[in-house]
Design a protein around this ligand. Structure first.
Ligand code: ZN
Length: 280
């Protein structure tokens, strides 16, 4: 099962370092980026899940309306792209609720899927999953099941869908990101910087070997003309801007070689009665 997802945020959201959330001053590139992706998916009759920022729903609603009008599954990617573990429970709930409402009011439908920025639900903030169930979310896609820069969730085990049983008695369906261990490092290759960095034959090889793959692409992954943020630390800068000119062609090859579904469709393909349950 290969799941196609996009995180809908603009080019400047590659930066988790800044505390400057005054984004109105930045050039707007989201419409062009979204249209590019929608055209490609339309030409293949493919449906995907788009995790959208509440901030984009508020400031650039047409971008999300356009995704919705093309029949894609819309999820929530927080309001302002803050890492979930930087919030306490109340602040996380406030941010997520604000975003969910903005998106739902915009598209006129309730939404059921969530992805935290930077896969920032870890072993230390599992309360965030309880908050998601309180807000009516059915699926979460925020877990990176390995040790990682932002903490990760190594005890999750194999990267595959699982039913998370939460301390408050609720449950949520988890579709984690998958990783590849390379020389002792757990790397996410199915989107973002490492997708752009590694040659396609390697991406194809890893994808062929996985019976579960969760992708995460951004409009900026395919935008070689985006402004560069000079203040990023060297490694982050490299990861943010490597391979931009060839990444869309690589993405097209991936779509040629493999079948993809949205999270909503994937949910129907999983037999939840036999799926692994994880008690948290
Ligand atoms: Zn993001």
């Amino acid at each position: 099962m290969n799941i196609l997802t996009f995180d809908i945020e603009d080019w400047y959201s590659c930066d988790f370092i800044t505390t400057d959330f005054n984004w109105d001053k930045y050039e707007v590139r989201i419409y062009e980026g979204v249209n590019h992706i929608l055209q490609e998916l339309d030409s293949r009759n493919l449906k995907a899940t788009f995790f959208c920022l509440g901030w984009i729903a508020e400031k650039h609603p047409e971008a999300i309306l356009s995704i919705h009008a093309h029949g894609h599954h819309i999820g929530c990617h927080s309001y302002q792209h803050e890492l979930a573990f930087r919030f306490d429970r109340e602040a996380f709930k406030k941010d997520t609720e604000k975003s969910k409402k903005l998106i739902e009011d915009l598209i006129g439908e309730s939404i059921n899927a969530f992805r935290a920025p930077g896969f920032s639900i870890t072993k230390k903030n599992t309360w965030a999953l309880e908050v998601l169930t309180e807000l009516g979310f059915e699926y979460d896609c925020s877990i990176l099941p390995a040790r990682h820069d932002y903490g990760g969730f190594a005890s999750y085990g194999k990267a595959e869908p699982a039913l998370l049983k939460l301390p408050n008695g609720s449950q949520i369906k988890e579709f984690p990101i998958n990783i590849q261990n390379i020389l002792g490092k757990n790397l996410v290759f199915s989107g973002g910087g490492f997708f752009r960095l590694f040659p396609y034959w390697l991406i194809k090889h890893w994808t062929s070997r996985s019976d579960y793959m969760m992708t995460y692409f951004h409009t900026r992954d395919f935008d070689p003309d985006q402004p560069m943020i000079d203040s990023l630390p060297p490694m982050r800068k490299f990861k943010s801007y490597v391979g931009l000119s060839s990444s869309f062609a690589k993405f097209q090859k991936l779509l040629n070689d493999f079948d993809f579904v949205s999270v909503e469709k994937a949910n129907k393909m999983v037999d939840w009665s036999t799926t692994r349950e994880i008690e948290l």
